[in-house]
Design a binder for this molecule. Structure first.
Ligand code: KIV
Length: 264
């Protein structure tokens, strides 16, 4: 079992690697590659479910995918992302939902978007034994209010982010995602807090990095993001395989003798 305190203790020793995953097969590969943390992000709404935003993702969808990921990566820390409005309505409902991730899906921790506003809820969760990862900066669940905007462009904004980070640290989070944040802001926050920061589009000085698996594997060549690095081109690989299969079926080349069963 990988505990939150083990991840927390990596700060200052070595950088932390985190990737998203949404299914059993991918989780198996990430565990084999010894990735430190697998995040079952609500980004699954846009990346694999085809929604325009993350907002339609429900608890039931998340629980099913977190459970699949945990089956594929039983020895890796799996963090379950709390979807839109699964924690904003009441403290009771939020804790029950976080509990579902740990009890039904086998998650090791939950992640919540938000700053000082959610610090009292985070404190309560942590006191109950639920490890919490924070998430500030660009917050995709706020898209209808503010769009997707890089955070930390001004002094006032950096001050605001710093206050959020401090409040969450005090509430007991074991790590903090900084998304879409200027390098200046994320460096300052990383130096300021005792817990590891994990950046996506937050520059070079965070304690760890996270990427969305479908972005880094190149599933959507039309979607290029400044923060992302494409380590593979799975769109082309899968497309070529499917085209070849179709041609071989049409030409009667597949199946061949090696794929055929014969009567005894
Ligand atoms: O949902 C997600 O994948 C995330 C990461 C981008 C941090 O929150």
């Amino acid at each position: 079992m990988v505990t939150a305190s083990r991840i927390r203790n990596l700060k200052g020793k070595r950088k932390i690697s985190m990737l998203t995953a949404y299914d059993y097969l991918t989780a198996r590969i990430l565990e084999a590659a010894a990735i430190d943390i697998i995040l079952v992000g609500d980004s699954m709404g846009t990346t694999i479910l085809g929604y325009p935003t993350t907002l339609p993702v429900t608890m039931d969808i998340m629980v099913a995918h977190v459970a699949a990921v945990k089956r594929g990566a039983p020895k890796t820390m799996v963090v379950a992302d709390m979807p839109f409005l699964s924690y904003g309505v009441s403290e009771e409902e939020a804790i029950r939902n976080a509990g579902r991730f740990l009890k039904e899906a086998g998650a090791d921790a939950v992640k919540l978007e938000g700053g000082k506003d959610i610090a009292p809820l985070v404190e309560k969760m942590v006191s109950l034994g639920i490890p919490v990862m924070g998430h500030i900066g660009l917050r995709p669940q706020q898209v209808l209010k503010s769009g997707y905007q890089v955070a930390g462009r001004t002094e006032a904004d950096i001050e605001n982010l710093s206050e959020d980070a401090k409040a969450l640290e005090k509430a007991g989070i074991f790590s903090l995602v900084l998304e879409g944040t200027t390098e200046e802001a994320s460096r300052l926050i990383t130096d300021m807090v005792s817990i590891p920061t994990i950046g996506i589009g937050a520059g070079r000085y965070t304690d760890g990095q996270v990427l969305v698996i479908t972005d880094m594997l190149g599933y959507e060549p039309d979607h290029q993001y400044k923060h992302n690095k494409t380590y593979a081109n799975l769109y082309n690989t899968i497309f070529s395989a499917v085209v070849q299969y179709k041609e071989e079926v049409e030409m009667g080349l597949f199946p061949s003798e090696e794929h055929v069963f014969h009567q005894k």
